[in-house]
Design a protein around this ligand. Structure first.
Ligand SMILES: Nc1ncnc2c1ncn2[C@@H]1O[C@H](COP(=O)(O)OP(=O)(O)OP(=O)(O)O)[C@@H](O)[C@H]1O
Ligand SMILES: [Mg+2]
Length: 508
């Protein structure tokens, strides 16, 4: 299901930009591929469409055209003028014409590009794009960019999307102040738009889907989105984490058992496969499936029938299977730990989750989304992030992806001592550009990141994380204490052994 990524140097339509893919409680896609587009381009009822146009020499024809399209246009020739025009808590579309500004003015421009309530479209030319700083500004802060000259209608279309997006994310408008959907998927970057398109396509079929992606990227959310948009949405979505269930129990958990099948089997138990009949079975961490269960699953995929443990009856079951893993299944197949024939059955369609660090402005949008969702956890009225915090969000590598971002922002909401969350509240002070970092600090940060990443990769299974890091479990436990990571399982979603609270193994 891979398609070529967004490489457009000129205008590429932002299909569905500004859209959140509501996963729960939303009717399935009765829409065509362009439905999000058309909706987003229109102003929301009662919302004034304000546009900030920043250019050394603003184009009067463009201003007139945008006004004729219903935009309230405010023009600024300097950064100072622009920052005076922006009212807090209002949403704006923004056009920034980078062709008229000198490189020494970029630092100033960055302060306005950072304003989270403005959805920017950059105007540029080929020569500007050779400047790495210009490319960085566009990547970090803009929804899209276009080469000049550009058709006015195209710009109207793009700013419509950008405005739609920031209006959704504007934290303090009454429209956004209601309780947000529990399980919505937020994403505006091309990689996420691609993912949303893929979800819609695969939802229309009954073929098996294999979702691959780093830990915390949203694999389960994607599986649920596929189910919710499929013909099976009225039946159940049954998730099972193959890595969290002891191997000897997995077979009966998946396929169930008959009364008397083994000592203690006092009554019949229906397995997860059977309970998903008519719906979708989500096999998470499929790489952890033991060989015995791999064989049974393969048989089920071939025959569409299961046999409960201790039973003799072949029971037909109609389920759609979605599986996921954050480990390298190709390597597992090479090592003989995973059956290639099963993998090919499971992976008729493949979905790849982009890591958070590759999602550009979505990092900031997600941070605001999480803040909005959980800000009531703080007694203070937290209003946003400091510029340092935003800088750090972009500079950090996010090994734990969206889950880590959620946990860092939630922790920051509780820790923040002012109305704005700082890089320090996010525990990302080392990732601000302004900060001078000593070698010792850099080493410490790198060590902490490596430990965090290993713990994340292995869901707090200390023995495996320590092996990955090439240290003993005792050393890992000590270092977790040094870096204040012993309680992190609550923040980073450790779920398996949760040994972080336990004293280290005496035999280690
Ligand atoms: N695009 C998104 N928008 C909003 N929330 C998201 C998004 N992607 C993931 N999340 C949230 O991030 C958290 C992690 O997502 P999820 O459990 O689906 O990830 P995962 O890839 O299955 O992780 P793991 O590999 O650890 O099992 C969840 O709370 C989910 O709701
Ligand atoms: Mg998962």
């Amino acid at each position: 299901m891979r398609e070529s990524p967004h490489l457009g140097a000129t205008v590429t339509p932002l299909a569905g930009a500004g859209q959140r893919l509501a996963v729960v409680g939303q009717p399935p896609a009765a829409d065509g591929p362009d439905a999000g587009r058309a909706r987003d381009a229109k102003p929301e009822a009662g919302l004034e469409r304000t546009l900030l146009y920043v250019a050394r020499t603003p184009d009067p024809l463009l201003c007139a055209y945008l006004k004729s399209r219903g935009w309230e246009v405010a023009t600024a020739r300097t950064v100072h003028e622009a920052s005076r025009l922006v009212k807090p808590e209002a949403a704006y579309a923004g056009i920034v014409d980078l062709t008229g500004f000198a490189p020494r003015e970029f630092a100033g421009l960055e302060t306005i590009l950072r304003l989270q309530q403005v959805g920017w479209i950059a105007l540029t030319d080929d020569s500007r794009l050779t400047d790495a700083e210009v490319r960085r500004l566009i990547r970090h802060y803009c929804f899209d960019y276009v080469h000049v000259p550009v058709a006015h209608a195209t710009l109207d279309y793009l700013v419509g999307h950008a405005f739609g997006m920031v209006s959704l994310c504007d934290l303090d408008t009454p429209a956004a102040a209601g309780s947000p959907d529990e399980d919505e998927m937020v994403g505006t970057c091309e990689a996420m738009q691609q993912l949303f398109r893929t979800i819609r396509k695969v939802a229309n079929t009954d073929a098996t889907v294999f979702i691959s992606g780093e830990s915390g990227t949203g694999k389960e959310l994607t599986a649920l989105a596929i189910h919710e948009r499929s013909a099976r949405r009225k039946a159940t979505f049954v998730p099972i984490n193959c890595g969290a269930i002891p191997h000897h129990l997995l077979q009966s958990e998946l396929f169930g058992y008959e009364r008397g099948a083994f000592t203690g089997a006092n009554q019949r138990k229906i397995g997860r496969v059977e309970s998903a009949n008519g719906g979708t079975l989500f096999l998470d961490e499929i790489g952890d499936l033991p060989m015995e269960s791999q064989a049974s699953l393969l048989r089920f995929l071939q025959e569409g029938k299961i046999e409960r443990l201790g039973g003799h009856e072949q029971i037909p079951v109609d389920v759609r299977i979605i599986s996921a893993t954050h480990v390298d299944l190709e390597a597992a197949m090479r090592d003989g730990r995973f059956r290639a024939d099963l993998f090919h059955r499971l992976c008729v369609l493949r979905v790849d989750e982009p890591p958070l660090r590759a999602r550009g402005k979505d990092i900031e949008i997600l941070a605001h989304h999480v803040l909005h969702k959980f800000k009531q956890d703080s007694a203070r009225r937290i209003r946003g992030f400091t510029p340092d915090a935003i800088e750090a969000l972009y500079n950090y590598n996010w090994p734990g992806n969206v889950r880590e971002l959620i946990n860092r922002v939630r922790r920051a909401i509780v820790m923040a001592e002012s109305k704005l969350i700082s890089a320090e509240d996010l525990d990302l002070a080392h990732f601000t550009a302004q900060q001078t970092v000593t070698l010792a600090q850099a080493r410490e940060a790198a060590e902490r990141r490596a430990i965090e990443a290993a713990l994340l990769r292995h869901r707090h299974r200390l023995t495996e994380a320590a092996a990955d890091l090439g240290i003993s479990r005792v050393t890992l436990y000590r270092l977790m204490g040094t870096h204040g990571l012993r309680d992190e399982k609550t923040f980073f979603g450790g779920e398996a052994e949760n040994q972080a609270e336990l004293p280290p193994d005496a035999h280690d």
